[in-house]
Design a protein around this ligand. Structure first.
Ligand code: DUC
Ligand code: ZN
Ligand code: ZN
Length: 470
């Protein structure tokens, strides 16, 4: 045995029990009451701690060039930050480089990621130039281990696709065992509202939120789910932020559409009250969909507890405040859309356990097990079982601390949660049997993370129907 984690309380998505975990060659090789060590075995005593699967964050934007700015973290700083937060696998979005194909864009993204990542990573492809050539390439992506594609229903004139493209991508994905991830906002309506506010001289960050109200998200969510239904395809709605969109997800599930939906940790804690702060502080919170009204976080927490929302991701899209966000100081349309959160994610969701809204098992399910299952990483990742990768987080549930940017590890210059008091913290993080974080220090090696070649996704896809019922 290379490593034994002794006396911890093991928490999986389904069970809680005290046991030792033995690790050999990077994998879990035994789970038992008491495992014998030999002379070369490293021992970690986890008495009084929870031992959980390392987090799986399926929505990150490391090393991503943007229209207005580039994201601040590369695969080194971004994955180190993830590891400090308890996350041991990510799926990053590979943008389609303008004028390039999807496969070429993937190869370029791998060139950037492979030498730097410190935890294991997989990739989704963003389809932003839906030419015939691009659509023809979709069937080759699963062969590269990329079994999910993201399309945008917003950002008119940039990455937005029309309904005809969306249904074709859904159909192609369905035929190839892949999953379509949709950014659901009605891009035409957003454009109309942005122009109207700008015409009235309303250009502060608050108007970012007011030009993307809940109905904009709900309408597109309903439309995307209807198109998936018509194509007999599975669909994954990213970053659900409000009760209105959630209602459409629930409606789709009820009529049998294979719809999956995530929220992001910031929707659990941040509301549109952030736009009441003086000056340009609100610029830090320009993410999409935007911060919602004060009644919304409870709706999202309840949906996580019930199971209508299945995953909490970070949507880590870090833009510096100084020299990034503040480009839009005088015009919200110039503020890069996105915010950091890769390190904070698990702690933010844990607050639901701390205040009784979620069980520890449900926490594990939301931040590790179900994301791994949906995206073809399970059971290598996302659980504690003999044969699974030894990706583990040893969690101290009793510690209280204040989040502050100076203690975090992203290269970005702020956290949205500055000063927030939180309960619980990851203490030791293990990736394929290597201790990569201990006592607040990173102990891994640059580039040790491996690319995960994903299998086809595990969804309950309905059989394609010749005719739809009328
Ligand atoms: N959508 C995302 O998923 N991330 C950043 C910005 C956006 O619009
Ligand atoms: Zn999006
Ligand atoms: Zn995103």
């Amino acid at each position: 045995m290379d490593l034994i984690i002794k006396n911890g309380t093991v928490v999986t998505a389904s069970d809680t029990f005290v046991a030792d975990i033995g690790v050999l060659n990077g994998r879990i090789s035994a789970i038992a009451d008491a495992i014998e060590a030999d002379s070369r075995t490293k021992i970690i005593d986890a008495a009084g701690r929870l031992v959980m699967p390392g987090g799986v964050d399926v929505h990150t934007h490391l090393d991503t060039p943007g229209l207005l700015a580039d994201t601040e973290d590369d695969f080194l700083s971004g994955t180190i930050a993830a590891a400090h937060g308890g996350t041991t696998s990510i799926i990053n979005f590979c943008p389609q480089i303008k004028g390039s194909g999807l496969l070429e864009s993937l190869a370029e993204h791998r060139r950037r990621a492979d030498p730097k990542a410190v935890i294991d990573f997989a990739l989704h492809s963003i389809v932003s130039d839906p030419s015939e050539r691009t659509l023809a390439e979709l069937s080759s992506l699963p062969g590269e281990g990329v079994t999910s594609f993201k399309v945008f229903m917003a950002y008119k004139g940039d990455t937005m696709v029309d309904d005809g493209t969306l249904i074709r991508v859904l159909d192609e994905a369905q035929a190839n065992g892949a999953l379509v991830m949709v950014h659901a906002e009605n891009g035409e309506a957003v454009e109309f509202l942005r122009d109207r506010f700008a015409g009235e001289g309303k250009l502060s960050p608050r108007y970012h939120a007011l030009s993307r109200p809940p109905r904009v998200e709900a309408e597109a969510t309903a439309r995307a789910i209807a198109l998936a239904e018509l194509a007999s395809a599975s669909i994954y709605i990213v970053h659900v932020s409000c009760g209105e969109a959630l209602e459409e997800v629930i409606r789709g599930k009820r009529r049998g559409v294979d719809v999956h939906a995530e929220t992001c940790a910031h929707y659990l804690h941040i509301t549109d009250a952030v736009f009441d702060t003086p000056g340009f502080e609100g610029g830090k919170y320009v993410f999409t969909p935007p911060p919602r009204g004060s009644h919304q976080p409870k709706l999202i927490w309840d949906a996580l507890a019930r199971g209508d929302l299945e995953v909490v991701s970070s949507d880590h899209a870090p833009y510096n405040f100084v020299g990034g966000k503040d480009i839009g100081r005088d015009d919200f349309r110039q503020i890069p859309n996105g915010a950091p959160g890769i390190e904070e994610r698990m702690t933010l969701v844990w607050q639901g356990v701390a205040n009784g809204q979620l069980s520890p098992n449900r926490f594990v399910d939301l931040v590790a097990t179900t994301p791994a299952k949906i995206f073809g990483l399970y059971p290598c990742k996302g659980t504690i079982a003999v044969g699974s990768d030894a990706d583990l987080v040893i969690w101290n549930p009793d510690i209280t601390r204040r989040l502050t940017r100076d203690d975090l590890h992203s290269a970005v210059d702020y956290t949205m949660f500055e000063g927030m008091e939180v309960l619980g913290a990851p203490e030791t993080v293990i990736s394929r049997g290597d201790v990569i974080v201990q006592g607040g220090a990173f102990t891994g090696a640059t580039g040790r993370g491996r690319y995960i070649h994903r299998g086809t996704v595990s969804t309950s896809r309905p059989a394609r129907q010749e005719t739809q019922r009328s």
